[in-house]
Write a protein that binds this ligand. Structure first.
Ligand code: HEM
Ligand code: NAG
Ligand code: NAG
Ligand code: NAG
Ligand code: NAG
Ligand code: NAG
Ligand code: NAG
Length: 319
């Protein structure tokens, strides 16, 4: 009966998307029938956790990043080490550094009461990251859902796939590109460092040896609390101006050579990347928009969907 016209094709595509959306692709409505309270439960728990301790919003955002960069966003970072299992929590970029696990446990307990066995730990991380950003003054986005949880983790991939704070610009670009993320994604997502803290051990080499690319008085003030050796866990704000507010001042700091990490300042150091930093420094809306776009893309890294993996009952261990 003749060929399809473009309207037929459009309808077929819409029907197909609605059908396959439940299986194989992430969608914001994934839990709208199976656990309609899911989003409000996570939001309330994240809000309460941040009221109790502001920093944990930053920690939750980072957990999603460190989850997604290691075999995709599959909750693998949440698995505890056991006598016969070595996971990602103790990998070099995570050990004594990632935090927020108790908040994830609280959220999971609430969700298991409301809708047993439905909401994955990987999705909890994606929602909690978004809610943290919004709670601290950032812009919202629709979180795609339907990720399932891994039954494994990889310490060696965690060691190699998560970029180090000593990275140069080419290393940062290749690390993000290996995850399908662009230069624009790299710069916008690095804007996460508008909130949260870093340990002395993460920025020591920068404040003593990056003399050409660090503001001298900024370096001196950091050296007081971060000696050349010892006190590795002493903390400093990643954004010296508004450390608990999600805004573009991180980028303004870079223009003044006041990035805390070497990898932060590498984004504004006389390369073509500088123009992106300038753009976000001059336009908070442009930053927040690019950030939301980057988060959605990062959240799409190799999810387990359909019947792959499982929905963990306890985020710390496989069922
Ligand atoms: C571009 C490469 C990146 C590098 C090299 C990097 C490195 C780091 C380091 C070293 C710390 C401090 C950890 C410590 O000292 O314990 C940190 C903190 C943080 N990072 Fe990144 N990061 C990068 C990108 C990102 C991205 C893409 C996100 C989120 C989407 C993110 C979110 C955070 C947050 C929120 C904190 C503060 C966490 C807290 O206070 O608990 N980072 N990052
Ligand atoms: C509140 O935050 C502190 C860390 O500052 C943490 O030890 C404690 O468990 C948190 N309490 C609740 C109820 O979340
Ligand atoms: C993680 O940190 C703890 C406490 O500092 C340390 O004892 C342990 O050896 C570290 N683990 C790894 C794998 O580096
Ligand atoms: C990962 O890094 C940790 C801490 O530096 C190290 O102890 C461990 O041997 C590394 N593991 C693998 C599998 O690469
Ligand atoms: C950047 O760092 C990588 C490895 O960390 C190194 O191999 C490379 O030579 C460095 N590139 C530049 C331009 O310094
Ligand atoms: C600074 O660089 C020198 C020379 O490479 C090195 O010996 C020293 O350990 C570095 N200092 C820090 C704090 O990384
Ligand atoms: C800035 O660029 C110079 C020259 O390429 C390089 O030596 C230095 O390590 C870079 N600094 C940062 C913070 O990226």
């Amino acid at each position: 009966m003749g060929s399809f016209n473009s309207l037929d094709l459009l309808i077929i595509m819409i029907v197909a998307t609605a059908f396959f959306g439940a299986d194989g692709k992430l969608t914001p409505k994934h839990y709208s029938k199976t656990c309609p309270q899911a989003l409000s439960i996570v939001e309330a728990e994240v809000a309460a956790a941040i009221e109790n301790e502001t920093r944990v919003g930053a920690s939750l955002l980072r957990l999603h990043f460190h989850d997604c960069f290691v075999n995709g966003c599959d909750g693998s970072i949440l698995l505890d080490d056991t006598a016969n299992f070595v996971g990602e929590k103790t990998a070099a970029p995570n050990n004594n550094s990632v935090r927020g696990f108790e908040v994830v446990d609280h959220i999971k307990t609430k969700l298991e009461k409301a809708c047993p066995g439905v909401v994955s730990c990987a999705d909890i991380l994606a929602i909690a990251a978004r809610d943290s950003v919004v709670h601290l003054g950032g812009r919202s986005w629709k979180v795609r859902l339907g990720r399932r949880d891994s039954t494994t983790a990889s310490r060696s991939l965690a060691n190699t796939s998560i970029p180090a704070p000593t990275s140069n610009i080419s290393r940062l670009i290749s690390s993000f590109s290996a995850q399908g993320l662009s230069l624009k994604n790299l710069v916008a997502l690095s804007g996460s460092h508008t909130i949260g803290l870093a340990r002395c051990t993460s920025f020591r080499a920068r404040i003593y040896n990056d003399t050409n690319t660090i503001d001298a008085s900024f370096a001196r003030s950091l050296q007081r609390n971060c000696p050349t050796s010892g006190n590795d866990d002493n903390l400093a704000d990643l954004d010296l101006q508004t450390p608990t507010h999600f805004d573009n001042l991180y980028f303004k700091n870079l223009l003044k050579k006041k990035g805390l990490l070497h990898s932060d300042q590498a984004l504004f150091n006389g390369t073509s990347v500088d123009s992106l930093v300038e753009r976000y420094a001059n336009n908070n809306e442009a930053f927040l928009k690019a950030f939301a776009k980057g988060m959605i893309k990062m959240g799409n890294i190799s999810p387990l969907t359909g019947s792959q993996g499982e929905v963990r009952i306890n985020c710390r261990k496989v069922n």
